[in-house]
Design a protein around this ligand. Sequence first.
Ligand SMILES: Cc1cc2nc3c(=O)[nH]c(=O)nc-3n(C[C@H](O)[C@H](O)[C@H](O)COP(=O)(O)OP(=O)(O)OC[C@H]3O[C@@H](n4cnc5c(N)ncnc54)[C@H](O)[C@@H]3O)c2cc1C
Length: 379
Amino acid sequence: MSNQKIQFLEPTPDLEKYRDVWVFIEQVNGEIVKYSYEGIAAARKIADKVSMKVGAIVIGYKIDEGELRELIYRGADYVIYSDHELLKDYNPLSYTPVLVEIVNKYKPWAFIFMADELGRDLAPRVAYRLRTGLATDNIDFEVEDFFHGLLKEKFSNILAQVRPDFATRIAKIYTPRHRPQIASLRPGYFKPLKEDKSRSGEIIKYEPKIPSYHSKIKVLSLEKVVDKGEKLSEADFIISLGLGILRDAEGNPGRPLEVVELANKIIDLVERKLGVKAALGASRALIHADVSELRDIITPDLQIGQTGRTVSPKVYVAVGISGAIQHKVGMMRSNNIVAINIDEKAPIFEIANYGIIEDLYTALPKLYDILKRKLEGEE
Ligand SMILES: Cc1cc2nc3c(=O)[nH]c(=O)nc-3n(C[C@H](O)[C@H](O)[C@H](O)COP(=O)(O)OP(=O)(O)OC[C@H]3O[C@@H](n4cnc5c(N)ncnc54)[C@H](O)[C@@H]3O)c2cc1C
């Protein structure tokens, strides 16, 4: 055993002066990124529990007042907006110091970022500069009392950040002695609040001081990445394929391309006949299996789960997916889960509303035929 003592970071002075729950609002070309509203819904949940306000923090250039006002209609109590030509596009060397300045001036109790590319880059920079903690990729938040075993001290009413742990557990992380309590939230876990135009709130303009070193990074252009999985976030019907598609029930090599084509036919049928958005997803194991005939078809942007996308459709059909916790956390908020699996003990059946214990090579064609008959009236 080492005799090394654990060194704790000095606590933030004047902890009690920190109030309100903030959300960092992302914008691209002056348009608010819509899942920022999910962050506001999460902040609202926390703020109401501790009788604090929700602040929406926006950095950009010439953002329309209507866009800012919308943040209040969606649940923020006030907006702090920092407007400058040099803040038009995301640059960590300008956004970080400006956010740190704003935090030091207003002292928020908690600060939520969305756990996307931008949030994953910006939140740790801000947390480090402020000498406070950060828990990433949360899926929920609570307000709780927390007993710190090492310090032998109880902290009342602090933020519990809820996130999947490395393998099979859900962990709670606390930042008891530092402020703000910084967190990133995975998109897809909170529903945006309904627009309420009767809400009012102040839009506070913050004059930023941008350090000259910002010019070490220059944004030359912004290009939208082709994301085949984009449809998944909005889809009401999802068919998700797992490693099970590689073999039939006897363990013989399967015909995975045929399964994908059949899944796409069902998706097309549902979209045409029911007029709902439908999409194809996949488990990480299938994507990583790197099956040559599925290359360019089953791509990483279709991954659902802890390290992929979070979805909450009306119907989620899991085909040949075992239901590992890392997959479940990405789809367990679906309204109806249909699972097709040969193994009746597969964990996916613990959360499935409808279970089909059968070889997917027979069950999926049957599902297609039934849907076709029902929706197209064919015999
Ligand atoms: C840090 C970390 C992050 C991760 N993130 C993710 C993530 O984001 N998303 C994700 O999906 N996974 C993730 N994983 C991997 C996860 O742990 C599982 O390994 C993965 O989800 C398993 O995928 P699967 O269900 O397709 O494969 P398997 O677990 O191999 O399951 C295949 C299933 O198919 C069934 N089956 C086989 N043949 C047939 C047949 N012919 N007909 C019907 N059923 C059949 C089997 O009974 C089995 O239940 C992560 C793991 C770690 C450690």
